[in-house]
Design a protein around this ligand. Structure first.
Ligand SMILES: NC(=O)c1ccc[n+]([C@@H]2O[C@H](COP(=O)([O-])OP(=O)(O)OC[C@H]3O[C@@H](n4cnc5c(N)ncnc54)[C@H](O)[C@@H]3O)[C@@H](O)[C@H]2O)c1
Length: 435
């Protein structure tokens, strides 16, 4: 079935407590947001979207948007993530049904960076254990296993937004930077900064006194999910090529499934890694539900509950950015922060006032674009401005046209029929919006 939405977005479902700046900005734009405080399971999510016939879902990283959710909710046209990570959403299912997915790749970075830097210093000085010890009446002021960070090598695995900013902040503390990243463009940036490129993860661990992980959920170069990226063998090599004694610290504020926690624990017990800080886990609870901390028995691992971005500063910043992303998608069809093509910015050029915008998500099969153009021609309308983007990996394209008049529902239905005839596909056009 082709999803269709005529007019501006008037409603959206909000789950997982994004900041109320969403309501302030989108409310002023005529959108009414249905905010739910409980964290829904799949059935509840479907019920809530269906009940409001919501075209937009706002969520953070936990609630999964599965194929079943997408297929059960034909009103849905956009998923707006109020965070960076997009692996909670079945992007292929969304694309197949003409649902666009957006995130916020920038606004929470600073909070994560500051948490990483805090851990680097705190772990280097054994602050977490010392705090407990002195509260219990102890007074141990020995220098054993206490280090300065100045002059040490910080290894960054994943030199993206957060990895880069962490490296810059660490440099200002006098640290040296080594890094490993699979993307050539990231390596170029690192080289420009004068940082040491390591050609493998092994080489990075060997060259570093401390490793901080900032990879994304997927490696865009190999197209593979980064599950099991790190093993005990990596941990065992930490600081192998550095003068000893070395702090030998490990930080993971990126993703919980990058390694098996037991492998890190073994490395800590064996003394290969002295201390670690972990913010993310293979299994995290939905909402405030019960949870088993895999590191609970090991005081040398400082654990936090995925709070890298949980600050009073980052959350309103994210809400403001995603509200603007979604508002401009709703009003003009413009794309930014679309997870189908990070860093893409797409908008119509000069649009005369009074023009109507047609936004179509369709398959990349030859003939679909022609069907759209033919339908516009048959309707006697003319295109004032157009913009187009293929998302080849997902087999879809996004087509924006400013028209001098709106197409009627039967003219839109004709467009769908023409596309079917020209391509021989059952659903070459996935979604149509006109506003
Ligand atoms: N703890 C938190 O609360 C929190 C908050 C925000 C982001 N994050 C996580 O932080 C991580 C980094 O976010 P970002 O915005 O900097 O992402 P990003 O996409 O800007 O950067 C990720 C980098 O990792 C590299 N990479 C991915 N897989 C790799 C591999 N197998 N080998 C080498 N390099 C690889 C990519 O090329 C890219 O340069 C993400 O996993 C994100 O989900 C956590």
């Amino acid at each position: 079935m082709v999803r269709q939405h005529l007019g501006p977005f008037r409603s959206g479902l909000v789950v997982e407590h994004p900041d109320a700046a969403l309501e302030t900005i989108l409310g002023a734009d005529g959108m009414s947001l249905d905010r739910r405080n409980e964290v829904p399971d799949e059935d509840a999510l479907i019920r809530w979207i269906q009940a409001g016939a919501h075209p937009v879902l706002f969520k953070r990283s936990r609630v999964p948007v599965t194929r079943r959710v997408v297929e059960a909710c034909p009103s849905l046209l956009a998923v707006q993530l109020c965070c960076i990570g997009d692996d909670s959403v079945d992007k292929r299912a969304c694309a197949e049904h003409g649902v666009m997915v957006f995130n916020d790749p920038v606004s929470n970075g600073r909070s994560v960076v500051e948490l990483a830097i805090g851990h680097l210093v705190a772990l280097s000085r054994r602050l977490y254990e010392t705090y407990d010890h002195t509260r219990a009446g102890g007074f141990d002021k020995s220098q054993d296993e206490r280090f300065e960070v100045q002059g040490r090598v910080l290894g960054i695995l994943g030199l993206g937004n957060i990895g880069r900013a962490t490296a810059r902040a660490a440099e200002s503390l006098g640290m040296r930077i080594a890094f490993h990243d699979s993307r050539e463009v990231a390596r170029e940036v690192g080289r420009e900064m004068g940082w040491e490129v390591c050609e493998s993860i092994d080489a990075l661990f060997r060259a570093s006194d401390m490793v901080s992980v900032h990879v994304s959920a997927e490696d865009v170069v190999s197209g593979k999910r980064n599950e099991g990226l790190l093993t005990r063998a990596h941990f065992a090599q930490l600081a192998a090529d550095r003068p000893q004694p070395s702090p030998r610290l490990f930080l993971n504020l990126a993703r919980g499934f990058l390694y098996d926690p037991e492998e890190l624990l073994e490395a800590i017990r064996a003394g290969e890694v002295r201390r670690a800080a972990v913010d993310v886990y293979p299994e995290e609870p939905r909402g405030k539900g019960p949870w088993t901390n895999p590191y609970a028995s090991e005081p040398r691992v400082a654990t936090t509950p995925h709070l890298g971005a949980a600050t009073l500063d980052a959350q309103p910043r994210i809400a403001r950015r995603v509200a603007h992303t979604l508002r401009s998608f709703g009003r003009s069809g413009a794309l930014r922060d679309c997870v189908y093509r990070p860093r893409l910015e797409l908008a119509l050029g000069d649009v005369p006032s009074g023009a109507h915008t047609l936004a179509v998500v369709h398959s990349t099969t030859r003939g679909t674009r022609k069907a759209i153009q033919d339908a516009i021609f048959e309707a006697g309308a003319s295109a004032e401005s157009t913009a187009h983007q293929d998302f080849d990996e997902l087999g879809i394209a996004y087509d924006l046209t400013a028209l001098d008049r709106a197409l009627t529902e039967s003219q839109l239905a004709r467009m769908v029929d023409l596309a079917r005839d020209l391509t021989g596909e059952a659903m070459p056009i996935r979604s149509i919006r006109q506003f």
